[in-house]
Design a protein around this ligand. Structure first.
Ligand SMILES: [Zn+2]
Length: 700
């Protein structure tokens, strides 16, 4: 298969100008209408700006000079691909990487580069101007750019947070709207309830002036006449909008019982056709949402509370969810349908497993010290949360699958949660809903904060498929959600870990298995994965196989903070498992080389250090290098060979086979005749080899 890549079609733009201003909290207030297949309502965004977001001159694009850690934290890199070789993409001076204020006559010309035009044709949506923008606004206004597509925006206004009754109780400046929001977003973690409550009340405050806006294929641009900097721009704005039936963030369909439902199915464009947002992962925010639907529907969502419906007018009910842990907006998930909750037949499922005891090689969960993330009410700081093996959970499914869930899925959740806790320690999330999604769901599972989607096909056959998939999604709570990739294209950081950990969790969760049986299962799966990896490496474009496609560009963003996700829209990407599998083989290798005790102890330390934050590959490898004593890194055969040399081979050559598969002689020869050992500590070079090297050549 020889696929010609077209970056202008395959790359996904991230338009939000996160370098200047960041969303800290979203309040969604939505109605779901199955007849018209639209979701409509308002979203209120609360922003933080400040000195660290002051507009830089474009000449500073490439550097982040040494600053205080705090200042760096918010400007650290997000997904960014700055095209070098293909001038047809977005590299024009006026491309969408750098938003500038233009007069009407010089409206965005980047479409001429082929990008906007193509995408408009693809989506069938024109970049019409919905807006009331008629006057001459000069060239000095600050422009807020949000990621947005397939939405109809009806109105944008500033919210008069000063009009909220009682607001003077916590602010020193009850008249200054932006100052009120500044103080609100900065409330300490132990006042989270009060903060959520004020966010909700502020979101209902009256408007105090419409804002000008423009909408095009990929973004919503908002400004206020006379507000020249992000600091002056309103820090609380309300957007009234509706989704479109063909919008690509949610899927309107029927469940297996023939009842209508709608859910987010992990679209490449994430949630930007569900609500306008800042998509770059660096914009970590909290959210709360009130969703109304006909009373026969159940609303499930990424929220830490197990919401129950509130009856509204006849035949309608409302559901309210919230999170207090800041996360990228792309992780938000919702599913609305006639789901039935499946409960254990006899006793509470939580009672079944409290007796479990796993080998105590993971007794050292507690790491004293403060967390490295921005402030939120973190479970790692809560003594009773750290020892909670099984978090509260619910299972939902279409009514016709209730029996299958009860039989297959429900009994598996406690042991899998417990196994995960025994390996990694504290569950990052306080509770979990599991939903069996409609038949058109394109994969076996998907993990979001507090909500896991599983495909119906996991319910068939023995518990093996359901159990391993459940373990995979549970692993994402740590790798993918609590620890996110700063650069989306480094998806091995979530998928590689989840694939490796699903075996580890599952082996522990199956109490009846003897250790050698569990081992055999894992070896068999490794063998199947190896074949799959070989197939993909041979039959897919090399460009899409590298684990770190941005290479040395990782960590760079444009002046505004906008960027492009390489291959983000490539339809081929959905079916590829290279990133899962290469990551898996690397981690499997490390675990074998270091021994389980050392490896998992390191992994818990890693989780404790980085939960609540975004990372790059370097963070993992750097910490590994620093944490593992040098003797452990050496091999018994050749004391000059560092572990990373083998890791490199493990991913890109045949090293992954060494531990479980008899190797043909010539492969063995190749491995031992590999180029001279890399210098320990030369991290960039090592990473370049692991993540960016050619692959096909080594395998053939
Ligand atoms: Zn923490």
């Amino acid at each position: 298969m020889d696929i010609k890549l077209d970056p202008s079609r395959d790359d996904l733009p991230l338009m939000a100008n996160t370098s200047h201003i960041l969303v800290k909290h979203y309040v969604l207030d939505l109605d779901v209408d199955f007849e018209s297949q639209i979701i409509e309502g308002t979203i209120v965004l609360f922003f933080e700006s400040g000195n660290k977001f002051k507009k830089q001159s474009s000449s500073t694009e490439e550097t982040y000079p040494s600053e205080s850690n705090e200042a760096c934290k918010f400007r650290t890199p997000e997904p960014c691909h700055i095209p070098v070789t293909n001038t047809r993409t977005v590299s024009s001076k006026m491309g969408y990487n750098d938003f500038v204020i233009r007069g009407k006559g010089e409206k965005d010309t980047s479409g001429k580069d082929g990008n906007h035009d193509n995408q408009e044709q693809a989506s069938g949506i024109s970049s019409s101007k919905y807006c009331c923008d008629t006057g001459d606004h000069g060239s000095e206004d600050f422009l807020l750019v949000l990621d947005c597509c397939d939405l109809s925006v009806l109105k944008v206004e500033e919210v008069d947070v000063a009009a909220v009754p009682g607001i003077e109780n916590f602010t020193r400046s009850p008249k200054l709207r932006n100052q009120i929001v500044r103080e609100l977003v900065a409330l300490p973690a132990d006042r989270w309830r009060e903060q959520l409550d004020y966010y909700a009340r502020c979101s209902q405050a009256p408007g105090c002036g419409e804002l000008l806006f423009d909408i095009d294929t990929w973004s919503l641009q908002i400004r206020k006449t006379g507000a020249q900097t992000a600091t002056d721009f309103p820090h609380a704005i309300r957007i009234r909008y509706t989704t479109k039936p063909q919008g690509r963030s949610v899927t309107w369909t029927s469940d297996q019982s023939g009842r209508p439902c709608v859910y987010t199915m992990g679209s490449p464009i994430n949630n930007r056709a569900l609500f306008p947002c800042q998509e770059p992962p660096v914009a970590m925010s909290t959210w709360q949402a009130t969703v109304r639907a006909a009373a026969s529907f159940v609303v499930l969502m990424s929220g830490e509370n197990s919401a129950k419906p509130t009856q509204l007018r006849e035949g309608y009910s409302s559901w309210h969810y919230y999170v207090t842990m800041p996360m990228p907006a792309s992780t938000f998930t919702i599913a609305v349908g006639s789901w039935t909750e499946t409960k254990p037949e006899i006793c509470s499922s939580n009672d079944l497993v409290t007796e479990r005891s796993f080998s105590p090689f993971e007794a050292d969960f507690r790491y004293v010290g403060v967390c490295g993330h921005m402030e939120y009410p973190c479970r790692f700081q809560n003594a009773s949360a750290t020892t909670q093996e099984i978090i509260p959970h619910r299972v939902f499914a279409p009514v016709c699958l209730k029996g299958a869930c009860q039989e297959t899925l429900l009994p598996l959740i406690p042991p899998c949660l417990s196994a995960a806790h025994s390996v990694l320690g504290t569950h990052p999330f306080s509770r979990l809903d599991v939903l069996i999604v409609p038949a058109n769901f394109p994969s076996l599972g998907m993990a979001s904060p507090h909500l896991v989607f599983l495909s119906q096909s996991t319910l068939t056959g023995m518990s093996q498929l359901c159990g391993t998939r459940l373990c995979h999604e549970i692993a994402h709570a740590w790798f993918g959600l609590a620890i996110g990739a700063r650069d989306w294209t480094e998806e091995w950081l979530s998928e590689g870990f989840a694939t490796h950990l699903e075996d580890v969790f599952w082996a522990k969760a199956q109490q009846q298995l003897a250790p050698d049986e569990a081992q055999e299962q894992q070896e068999l799966r490794a063998c199947l994965r190896w074949r799959r990896l070989q197939d993909e490496v041979r039959n897919s474009p090399e460009d899409m196989q590298v684990l770190r496609p941005n290479k040395e560009k990782t960590g760079h963003v444009s002046d505004s903070g906008s960027s492009v996700i390489k291959h983000g829209l490539n339809p081929e990407k959905v079916f590829m498992q290279v990133h899962y599998l290469k990551g898996y083989f690397l981690l499997r290798f490390l675990a074998k080389r270091l021994g389980d005790d050392t490896y998992f102890s390191f992994l818990r330390k890693f989780v404790h250090t980085f939960h609540g934050q975004l990372i790059l590959s370097q963070d993992f490898l750097q910490m590994l290098l620093e944490s593992i004593p040098e003797e452990r890194r050496r091999t018994s055969q050749d004391t000059n060979t560092a572990i990373f040399v083998e890791a490199t081979k493990c991913i890109f050559s045949f090293g992954g086979l060494l531990s479980f598969h008899p190797l043909p002689n010539k492969v063995m020869e190749f491995i031992w005749m590999a180029p001279s050992p890399l210098a320990l500590g030369d991290l960039d070079f090592i990473i370049a080899n692991i993540f960016c090297g050619p692959t096909k050549r080594l395998l053939l």
